[in-house]
Design a protein around this ligand. Sequence first.
Ligand SMILES: [Cu+2]
Length: 122
Amino acid sequence: MKTHKIITTMLALMALVVATTGTLYGQKADNKTETIEIKSSVVCGMCEERVKKDLAFEKGVKDVAVNLETKVITVTYRTDKTDKEKIKKAITNIGYDADDMMANETAYEKLPACCKKDAPPH
Ligand SMILES: [Cu+2]
């Protein structure tokens, strides 16, 4: 009977340790995010959808917002998984400028005409 109680207590303590460690680790990972703003060349809602969809698959990216008026892409990412340069590169590979980085030419050519830089606002 006594042994049983000790084992139960030990199991309970172990569960507590695991739970606590898990929580601490989770918080630590959550704290390692950064939000950046990247000036881009998005034109319309299609661009917005395209950028959001493609960046969602990019490693470490947690959240993407596109402001079509200011042409700024706001990205929240995990600093332990990726960095600003990689995200900018990913944006250029979709066919859009990212700050000082120019859009990948091949990707840009594949964009519909309405989504190109020189397209009138619509
Ligand atoms: Cu577009």
